[in-house]
Design a protein around this ligand. Structure first.
Ligand SMILES: Nc1ncnc2c1ncn2[C@@H]1O[C@H](COP(=O)(O)OP(=O)(O)OP(=O)(O)O)[C@@H](O)[C@H]1O
Ligand SMILES: [Mg+2]
Length: 225
């Protein structure tokens, strides 16, 4: 197994009186891919959102690349290293180019460099023809692919993908699957929450099964979704 990228111990999260996360240990290794399975409501999205700093939780300890991090006071540098892609990605008003450019601009990248990365990401996602189309006009499948392109352009160390193929028709699902396969083969670490059998069965995918807020077992190919 590769070196750990993210290690987290003792994660608890409640909404009112209801505890929705109660996790002892989770370790994600550099360059590995993980699929989070489990029934509706088992805590998959909540866990991803905690890891992305979008939801606060009580955490006993967390390290990223060996550095201790406080997820409750999510450090700015970690926001650049961890990207969460929502099941229904939010694209803001403007073109696809604007959407992909946004995060790069925020990093202070020059327009020339941005353009190279934007074109590369858009071509990767197979949405080149849509570069100047207003984001609001896109289909669900196109939005998902643009969101993956936008995330990839930022070269994060950790991708957190929440049900990227849910609610897509078969053609769009296959296009998205191709991108996911590609991300999983690259050097980043990928965690996907999903019920999609084809993703669960991808080669080298580590399976993390959640039940009532806990990770039950990691059994690479054995159990069902
Ligand atoms: N903001 C919130 N307020 C109250 N309860 C919440 C909130 N967000 C999530 N929950 C509850 O936390 C539990 C875990 O939800 P979560 O969305 O993490 O499940 P999931 O495993 O992603 O489910 P699904 O497969 O349906 O996406 C659920 O019971 C849900 O109702
Ligand atoms: Mg969910």
């Amino acid at each position: 197994m590769n070196a750990p990228l993210l290690s987290i111990r003792g994660v608890r999260k409640s909404f009112g009186p209801r505890q929705v996360l109660s996790l002892d240990v989770l370790e994600l290794a550099v360059g590995e891919s993980y699929v989070l399975t489990g029934e509706n409501g088992s805590g998959k999205s909540t866990l991803l959102r905690v890891l992305a700093g979008l939801e606060k939780a009580a955490v006993d300890g967390c390290t990223f690349d060996g550095c201790p991090v406080d997820l409750a006071n999510y450090p700015e540098w970690l926001r650049g290293a961890v990207i969460y892609v929502h099941q229904h990605p939010y694209l803001f008003r403007g073109s696809i180019r604007d959407n992909v450019a946004y995060g790069l601009k925020a990093r202070g990248m020059s327009a020339d460099k941005r353009e190279v990365l934007i074109r590369e990401a858009i071509a990767w996602a197979g949405v080149d023809a849509l570069l100047d189309v207003p984001a609001q006009r896109l289909s669900g499948g196109e939005k998902q692919r643009v969101a993956l392109a936008r995330a990839r352009a930022l070269s994060p160390r950790l991708f957190l993908l929440d049900e990227p193929t849910a609610n897509l028709d078969e053609a769009a699902r296959q296009q998205t699957l191709r991108l996911i396969r590609d991300l999983c083969q690259a050097n980043s670490t990928v965690v996907l929450a999903c019920h999609d059998r084809e993703i669960i069965d991808l080669p080298h995918m580590h399976r993390l099964h959640m039940s009532r807020g806990a990770i039950e077992a990691s059994h690479p190919q054995a159990a069902s979704a």
